[in-house]
Design a protein around this ligand. Structure first.
Ligand code: CA
Length: 238
């Protein structure tokens, strides 16, 4: 991929950064190293360009005007089309804790300003090699449940299950983290979005609907309720 000479086969990097001199420096150097470069100065533009141009890798500044780099990363990880998009966070902060937060949210790597270009290039190349062609998974499964992300169909034990859009997203999220218990707040944040204000009880309503839809009479209940903690997709009831 990196050795190819055709213009279209050069990896496309989206640089999301509001400091113009840094963007100019990155563009100049990355183009010399065989990358194509797109720019975005804030989160909104970044999400638009990612949808339009489908970059192979994103260099994402932490401190942006408006939506933070961290929040953009969170949004990218929530969408099927960008879940596996390689993201390197660029941070001016040196605190270990911030870097860890970035990685927890799903950044693949991070570098701290000021950084050397060689160091950045090495990280980028390693990440692109590891990622290969960027392609989202089309099917997710757990026990006897299968979700087809292309057709948005859900099957339990081969039987087609009808789900509302919220239940679908809820199941899609839980199935990606099998057995892990999520609090109502975590589910609201991940499934509904961090800026949507709904009552935590709303989660209970949708969990109830999800249960009803995926569990036929006599079938194992795959949704585990953990008192005072939250919910998980699990085959062990307790
Ligand atoms: Ca910045």
């Amino acid at each position: 991929m990196l050795e190819a000479t055709g213009n279209q086969s050069k990896p496309l990097v989206l640089v999301v950064e509001d400091e113009a001199p840094l963007v100019t420096m990155l563009r100049y150097n990355l183009e010399r190293q065989g990358f194509r470069v797109e720019e975005a100065i804030d989160g909104e533009e970044a999400l638009e360009k990612i949808a339009e141009r489908k970059p192979d890798l994103v260099l994402l500044d932490w401190m942006l005007p408006g939506v933070s780099g961290l929040e953009i990363c969170r949004q990218l990880r929530r969408r099927n089309s960008t879940r596996e998009l390689p993201v390197i966070m660029i941070t001016a902060r040196t605190e270990e804790q911030d870097a860890v937060r970035g990685l927890n949210i799903g950044a693949d790597d991070y570098i701290t300003k000021p950084f050397s270009l060689d160091f950045l290039l090495a990280r980028m190349r390693a990440l692109l090699r590891r990622a290969g062609p960027v392609r989202a998974k089309s099917k997710l499964s757990f026990h006897d449940i299968e979700i087809d992300l292309v057709t948005h169909r859900v099957y339990r034990n081969g039987r087609l299950v009808q789900l509302g859009p919220t239940e679908f997203r809820l199941l899609e999220f839980l199935i990606q983290h099998p057995r892990r218990v999520f609090s109502r707040e975590e589910l609201l944040d991940s499934v509904w979005g961090p800026n949507i204000h709904v009552e935590p009880r709303t989660v209970d309503v949708h969990i109830r609907r999800l249960r009803k839809a995926i569990n036929a009479p006599g079938e194992l209940d795959l949704v585990r309720t953990v008192r005072a903690a939250g919910y998980a997709l699990d085959i062990e009831p307790n």
